[in-house]
Every structure is written in structure tokens, then in C-alpha cells.
Design a protein around this ligand. Structure first.
Ligand code: AMP
Ligand code: MG
Length: 350
């Protein structure tokens, strides 16, 4: 299959390109598109064959459900059985934006889209390109991140091309993703709302809107694989770079000296090395490739550059990668969740 790429300007979107892309999705094809979180791989959410194509293009296990993207609140009622008051409150506060909510689905949503579940994940993105595409495609786009299964989510069109060229019909290039991490997922199908995946919308932000403490899926806190996460996707190793990634945590000066010792030993063994650090500490490392993700205390910067850094190490063929750990408050919880998965839980505690 030949994959067409079209560059779009978010502030001046070419309607002809959007119409062409929308028609591809309406006819059962696949279009990758920018959102504020990461790039999505879109197909018609109400067409079971489109969802099957998405799984095939990504190499994604078919029990891992897709998120349905809508552009307006009126699109929610036709696909879910009930909208709890708390979900409405969160929608008022954070939609459009990097928040996904899980509801019980109506039969119109095929099980192929929901990985066989009776529940459906729904998000209203804020990206203007994404919203225009959703409208042009008929209102419901199923879209997981546009990476091959297991690889870091793509935060620019060039990474989508790397993974998806020849596998999908079209890629809309809208520049770099603003947030850089996937949406926060909140489950509204139980008695209380529960966070299934941390993201840019933090537990603190949700609790303050709902005026109650929001729960967190216990599987997120455990290293024990017998704890089954409620979001099926959270059980897979994800975001992994091709090199071996290890997180080193502890007092900053000890972390720096220990990573430099590990780097020196790897070098003796002829291995190429990389480090992910804060802007403040990056210059202290002696690795072949050192990436400053963001300033301490500015978690959004680190969130924005994490997946890009992991992909750059792949491009550089880095064999051993060491990462500092980052403060887990606020967006930091999402950063550490992705980083620990990328490292396959390999953490050295000093
Ligand atoms: P991605 O599309 O790559 O951002 O992944 C979507 C995430 O949403 C995966 O972790 C899925 O397991 C999760 N998800 C989607 N639908 C549901 C659902 N109905 N119930 C629980 N988790 C879901
Ligand atoms: Mg993904």
C-alpha cells in the first residue's frame, strides 16, 4: 500500500485535505493524525472491519481496546448507555483535552473496537486538525497511538512514517504533539471513578473537580504481574527502546556517580551508552549521548520530550540507556508510569 503524507497547518487547515482524509476513513481506510497527546491511527469506530485493520497495522493484540474519539458532547449519548454526573463534570472541565473516560457501551459500538468488552473508552481531543477529521469522517474515529505495538508512541509525523509507511492510507502531518504523553484514562463503569492510566490530567486535578478523592487502579502501583490492570493495554511491555533501559533512583549526587560508573564499564565492553537526565544534571554525565528531558519542577517539559528521546536512542543505535527518575507528583506520575514500563521494571535503587 502507498501511504500519502499531507502537511497541515493547525491555524489554517486545508479543507480539501481533511475531506479526502475523512472519505478514506468513511470507506474503511486508515489515516494517522495529530492530537495534543500523541499521533493517533484512525479508522471508523463503528465499522468492525476498520478496527480489525487498525490492530493489523499496529501488530496490536486484539484484546487491547481502542479509544473512540468524538468532536462534540452530542456524540456521546448515542454510543454509551449512561453518562454519570461525575463524568459530565469532568467533561465540562477537561473536554476537549487529554482525558479519556470509560462508559458502558451501546450495541452500535462493535466489540472489535472495544477488544471484546461491553465498555467503551471515549475522548474528545482539543487538536483542531483531529476535530476537523472526526467531523469529516462521520463523527466517530477509533484511534490508538500510531506506533507499532510495543514501540514508544509517536510525537511527530516522522515517527509515524517510520512505523506505518506502507501499512496505512494516509498520514496528516501537523507538527510536534504538544503534551507528548497519552491521555489520562478514568473508568466510570464502577461505583466510584478510578484512574486506569495516569496522564497530563492529574489525580489532583480530577479530585478537585469531583470534590472527592479519585481512586487509582491498584495494578498501577504493583510490580506483581498477577495484579491484572483494568485497562488491558497497561499489562503489555510498552514504549520500549531497542537498547536496554535502566532507571537509577536515589540522592542526585549518588545517581550521577553510579550512572557514570556503569557507563564507564559499558564502554570497556565496547557498548554505546546514553543517559536521560534533567536539564540541571545533564552536563554531569559522560555517556556517548546525553538527553536533557526538562527542568526539574517542570514536568510538562519532561513529558513532552520523553518519547522523542526514547526514539532518538533507537536512531543512534544506543545499546545501554540509563535514566534518572523524576518527581512523581502531578504529571510526574504519568512520566514515571511510562518510564518504568519502557524499562521493563528495571530500577536500581541507591
Ligand atoms: P492507546 O490507544 O495506545 O492510547 O491505548 C488505549 C488504552 O486504553 C489501552 O491501555 C487500553 O487498554 C485502554 N482502554 C481502551 N478501552 C478500554 C475499556 N473499555 N476499558 C478499559 N481500558 C480501555
Ligand atoms: Mg499506545
Amino acid at each position: 500500500m502507498k501511504t500519502e503524507t499531507a502537511i497541515l497547518d493547525e491555524s489554517n487547515i486545508d479543507p480539501a485535505v481533511i475531506e479526502r482524509a475523512g472519505n478514506i476513513i468513511k470507506k474503511g481506510g486508515l489515516v494517522a493524525f495529530p492530537t495534543e497527546t500523541v499521533y493517533g491511527l484512525g479508522g471508523d469506530a463503528l465499522n468492525p472491519q476498520s478496527s480489525a485493520k487498525i490492530y493489523a497495522a499496529k501488530g496490536r493484540p486484539s484484546d487491547n481496546p481502542l479509544i473512540v474519539h468524538i468532536s462534540g458532547m452530542e456524540a456521546l449519548d448515542p454510543i454509551v448507555t449512561k453518562i454519570p454526573d461525575n463524568a459530565r463534570k469532568l467533561a465540562d472541565a477537561y473536554w476537549p483535552g487529554p482525558l479519556t473516560m470509560i462508559f458502558n457501551k451501546k450495541p452500535i459500538v462493535p466489540r472489535e473496537t472495544t477488544g471484546g468488552l461491553d465498555t467503551v473508552a471515549v475522548r474528545m481531543p482539543s487538536s483542531r486538525i483531529a476535530r476537523a477529521l472526526i467531523d469529516a469522517a462521520g463523527g466517530y474515529i477509533a484511534a490508538p497511538s500510531a506506533n507499532l505495538s510495543g514501540r514508544p508512541s509517536p510525537t511527530s509525523a516522522s515517527y509515524v512514517i517510520e512505523d506505518m509507511d506502507g501499512r496505512i492510507d494516509m498520514i496528516l502531518d501537523g507538527g510536534d504533539s504538544e503534551v507528548g504523553l497519552e491521555s489520562t484514562i478514568v473508568d466510570f463503569t464502577g461505583e466510584y471513578p478510578v484512574i486506569l492510566r495516569p496522564g497530563y490530567i492529574t489525580a489532583e486535578m480530577i479530585s478537585s473537580v469531583l470534590e472527592m478523592e479519585v481512586g487509582i487502579d491498584p495494578a498501577l502501583k504493583k510490580d506483581d504481574p498477577s495484579f491484572r490492570p483494568k485497562a488491558p493495554g497497561m499489562k503489555y511491555r510498552h514504549y520500549a527502546p531497542k537498547g536496554e533501559l535502566v532507571i537509577v533512583t536515589g540522592p542526585s549526587d549518588k545517581v550521577v556517580s553510579h550512572i557514570n560508573e556503569l557507563v564507564a564499564a559499558d564502554r570497556e565492553n565496547g557498548l554505546s551508552t546514553g543517559v536521560m537526565a534533567s536539564k540541571e544534571t545533564a552536563e554531569l554525565y559522560r555517556a556517548d549521548s546525553v538527553k536533557a528531558l526538562g527542568s526539574k519542577g517542570r514536568a510538562e517539559e519532561t513529558a513532552h520530550s520523553l518519547f522523542r528521546a526514547l526514539r532518538e536512542f533507537d536512531d543512534e543505535k544506543t545499546e545501554r540507556i540509563y535514566s534518572e527518575s523524576f518527581d512523581e507528583t502531578g504529571v510526574g506520575a504519568a512520566i514515571m508510569n511510562r518510564l518504568i514500563k519502557a524499562a521493563g521494571h528495571h530500577v536500581i535503587q541507591l
